[in-house]
Design a protein around this ligand. Structure first.
Ligand SMILES: *Cc1c(COP(=O)(O)O)cnc(C)c1O
Length: 361
């Protein structure tokens, strides 16, 4: 197929301009005669790539000086373990706010390492799904940290207000929301994100951690997961995922050229609104999440008559609208509309949904 709009939740589409740039210098990077992926991570060319990527990310997110940025292996799930190992400390207690599949999974993994208080804060008593306001979350004052997931990729549930956890450090799994809208980094103890949703290809995980949280790791923490070891070595304690790091850097440059996070956030809001507005006024499709908690990045929807779902997916595919099948845990459809998805793609999806509904009734 010549051109498609790819709605995959992850690994997700990347901006075409980024792919073209990577292609143009694929065989000969910066006049080295080698590909970026063939260069030593200690070479001056790669060190320049690495430093520029970090500087651009710091600029995009206004990351304060007292935070380290780590470029890690191991994905979001690797961090589920690393966070517990690095941060549980002597109390070995943490609160996990559960709003969907990923936060639940994070809590389960952490429970191998300590005493995890997992609190479900979804209210679905009236048939809709809503996140209880964060001032009603039961935060333990003696927790080493509070973990939450601002955007649940599978469930399509987003929390727009940053919870106030007082002196207890707040840890956020931003895998599918980082760089999609503005966050005040200073409100967090630690932010982490697998790259394959909104940053670059899989294989790279970003950790943004406040310096005072370093040096508390459990004695058994593998060195490659130890934040202090990674920070001391500029994320090069072992060989980092160099090509993914380079591509992430190209994405950061692309985003800066687009006007940064505030500019893309406006477009993201517009894209999501276009899709939710259509779903809400249609009697063919539905989404039962309350508007205040609807994800701007992952839009799940269901056909009121599930009999037509397979046909919907097959026809969408022939129109170049790919990867719309919902996660196997929740079924239905899901359109992931990260930063790289242009508004034209969302419009094409809405046009197709209209046509499909009209043709099926
Ligand atoms: C995709 C995702 C993960 C898991 O990432 P992996 O890199 O596959 O381990 C974790 N949390 C959230 C919110 C995600 O979207």
């Amino acid at each position: 197929m010549s051109s498609v709009y790819n709605f995959c939740a992850g690994p997700a589409m990347l901006p075409v301009d980024v792919m073209k740039k990577a292609q143009s210098e694929f065989l000969n990077f910066a006049d080295t005669g080698s590909s970026v992926m063939e260069l030593s991570h200690r070479s001056k060319e790669f060190v320049a790539v690495a430093e520029k990527a970090e500087a651009n990310l710091r600029n995009l997110m206004a990351i304060p000086e007292n935070y380290k940025v780590l470029f890690c292996h191991g994905g979001g799930r690797g961090q589920f373990s690393a966070i517990a190992l690095n941060l549980l400390g002597e109390t070995k207690k943490a609160d996990y706010i559960v709003t969907g599949a990923w936060s639940k999974s994070a809590a389960e993994e952490a429970s191998h390492y300590g005493n995890i208080n997992a609190v479900n804060v979804i209210d679905n008593s009236d048939g809709t799904q809503r996140v209880k306001p964060s001032n009603e979350w039961p935060i333990s004052q003696d927790a080493a940290y509070v973990h939450y997931c601002p955007n649940e990729t599978v469930d399509g549930i987003e929390i727009f207000q940053v919870p106030d956890t007082g002196d207890v450090p707040l840890v956020a799994d931003m895998s599918s929301t980082i760089l999609s809208r503005e966050f005040d980094v200073s409100k967090f103890g630690l932010i982490y994100a697998g790259a394959q949703k909104n940053i670059g290809p899989s294989g790279l995980t970003l950790v943004i951690v406040r310096e005072d949280l370093l040096g508390k790791a459990h004695i058994d923490t593998p060195s490659i997961m130890n934040y202090q070891v990674l920070a001391k070595n500029g994320s090069m304690y072992n060989t980092p995922p160099t090509y993914a790091w380079y591509l992430a850097g190209l994405v950061f440059e692309w985003l800066l050229a687009k006007g940064g996070v505030s500019a893309i956030a406006e477009i993201n809001a517009e894209k999501a609104q276009l899709l939710y507005d259509y779903i809400d006024q249609s009697d063919f499709y539905q989404n039962s999440i309350v508007p205040e908690n609807r994800s701007l990045m992952n839009v799940p929807f269901w056909l009121n008559n599930d009999e037509f779902s397979a046909d919907f997916l097959a026809q969408a595919q022939t129109q170049g609208l790919t990867a719309l099948k919902g996660h196997r845990m929740v079924g239905g459809m899901r359109a992931s509309i990260y930063n790289a998805m242009p508004i034209e793609g969302v419009q094409a999806l809405v046009d197709f949904m209209k046509k499909f509904a009209a043709g099926t009734k």
